[in-house]
Design a protein around this ligand. Structure first.
Ligand SMILES: Cc1ncc(COP(=O)(O)O)c(C=O)c1O
Length: 500
């Protein structure tokens, strides 16, 4: 149950308007529900207790709870108090829609839509030649990767070719490099705690299938990495969203999740969250590690976007874990080059054994050739990461400047890192807008794809891995789409107001 004191803190200032207090309180509670701060199943404080905390009459609280029930946001059962109702997927700002009128014309997008990114890729396939794809948050390889490749072929290949070419756990030299890298970040690691995977994406898929599966729930940030939504959903897990703020996942919400979703796995991207670019501060990382050991869930921390090498960023969550409750995922894709398909999982040996069983079924082994190259990239990791950081920062500035100039109505919080801009388009159906943009030669991802519950209808994700010139051209095309979209919405031409 949420205590009255915690609830009051959670909703913040709420009684500043002219409406009746019960209405204002209901609106504030509905907003907290909409943001996911009060998740489905969370039990609200008893009316008497909340009345005491707020120094209001009990009838005010009763009326506020009544409003929530009428709007379908809460339900009450004799003896079990008032609880937050199950979410109606895809309804934009249900609190406003439902409190003002039950007839919302918001676009409804079933949560299952995000399950098949492949289908959606088809949906948003550009209809013009030479389309600009602002969807992939990855950079081209630099010269260090090219040199590592040449060195590995010349010097490592002769030895590799003498062997069978399979190693499900990964090339020993690379496992050693990954263990040393994580140890340097503050997560003491033995090489046999490392499983090399075909990119971080395979690591997430293995976690979804081997540690979760049908009947399991995985808590994840909302919004989050689209590939993680796909990996966990297609392996049968139920996705439980928690909100994100400027400091990353609102971890305290995990404690409020209803018993209908016993939490076993919590997936977070603590450094340069995808897509918001937020960084979770050390205090929140410690809090999450503590919650995991107290409540018995496992954390999956995905460090793929983290290019900091531990400089000016808090240590990984696993560095605060005495009991091996944390699984750390990473990859060379952002640090060096996605084409290597070199990722990894660091976990207890038991967990590694469970994951490798799935890995053998999936592909027997990752390519030893790219692993040999990956090991050589690690020899020069500081230089290669410095280059990627610089390129990402330059492209971020170019994109933000172009969008600010050409699309001044759009808003975002400046990402602290990563390779995507999470942008709010006021009053827009981002799915319809993204479709229109694709027809005009620029592809971006609409917010609902990055949302485990299909929310964020008015957001898009713009990835900025492309060359600066392409970014500027892409924004030009987005501006053209925006100019075409607004009149289209006003005249409500059905061809553009599509939902999927
Ligand atoms: C948070 C996160 N995890 C995992 C991945 C997948 O990385 P890889 O290319 O190593 O499979 C990405 C790529 O965008 C990502 O942003």
């Amino acid at each position: 149950m949420v205590s009255a004191a915690a609830l009051v803190e959670l909703i913040g200032p709420w009684a500043e308007g002219a409406e009746p207090l019960n209405e204002q309180l209901a609106t504030a509670l509905a907003r907290a529900i909409d943001l996911g701060l009060l998740p489905p199943g969370a039990r609200l404080p008893a009316e008497r207790e909340l009345a005491r905390e707020l120094a209001l009459s009990r009838t005010t609280i009763v009326a506020a709870y009544d409003r929530l029930r009428l709007a379908g946001l809460a339900r009450s059962r004799q003896g079990s108090g008032t609880r937050v109702a199950a979410r109606r997927p895809g309804l934009t700002q249900p609190y406003l829609a439902s409190l003002e009128s039950m007839d919302s014309d918001a676009v409804r997008m079933p949560a299952t839509t995000t399950a098949a990114t492949a289908a959606t890729v088809g949906l948003l396939t550009p209809l013009v030649d030479d389309a600009i794809e602002l969807t992939i948050g990855a950079l081209p390889a630099g010269s260090i990767v090219a040199e590592a490749m040449a060195d590995a072929v010349r010097e490592d290949l002769p030895t590799l070719l003498r062997d069978s070419g399979y190693d499900p756990f990964g090339l020993p030299a690379l496992r050693g490099q990954i263990a040393a890298y994580l140890t340097r970040l503050g997560v003491g690691t033995d090489p046999d705690q490392v499983l090399v995977t075909s990119g971080a994406q395979q690591a997430l898929h293995l976690i979804g299938s081997q540690l979760g599966g049908p009947g399991s729930s995985i808590v994840m940030e909302n919004p989050t990495y689209i590939g993680a939504i796909d990996a966990f959903r297609t392996t049968g897990n139920r996705l439980v969203p928690i909100p994100v703020d400027d400091d990353g996942a609102r971890v305290e919400v995990i404690g409020l999740l209803g018993s209908s979703a016993p939490v076993r796995l919590v997936y977070v991207i603590p450094t340069f969250q995808n897509p918001t670019g937020a960084v979770m501060p050390e205090s929140r990382r410690r809090q999450l590690a503590r919650m995991a050991s107290e409540s018995g869930f496992q954390i999956v921390e995905d460090l793929t976007p983290d290019l900091t090498l531990g400089v000016d960023s808090p240590p990984p969550i696993a560095s605060f874990d005495a009991g091996d409750r944390i699984i750390t995922v990473g990859s060379l894709s952002k640090l060096a080059w996605g084409g290597l398909r070199v990722g990894w999982v660091r976990a207890s040996r038991d967990v590694i054994d469970r994951l490798v069983a799935g890995k053998i079924v999936a592909d027997h082994s990752s390519s030893l050739v790219t692993q040999a190259i990956g090991a050589r990239v690690f020899d020069r990791l500081d230089d290669v990461a410095a280059r990627s950081r610089k390129a990402a920062a330059e492209r971020r500035s170019v994109l933000m400047e172009s969008v600010a100039t050409r699309l001044p109505e759009w808003s975002w919080t400046e990402p602290k890192g990563g390779l995507s801009l999470w942008v709010r388009l006021p009053g827009t159906d981002a799915v319809a807008f993204s479709r229109l943009a694709a027809t005009l030669g620029v592809v971006v991802r609409p917010g609902p794809l990055a949302s485990p519950d299909g929310g964020f209808h008015d957001h898009i994700r713009i990835a900025y891995g492309s060359e600066p010139d392409r970014l500027v051209d892409g924004v030009e095309r987005l501006a053209a789409a925006w100019a075409a979209y607004i009149p289209a919405t006003r005249s409500s031409r059905p061809s553009l107001a599509v939902s999927v």
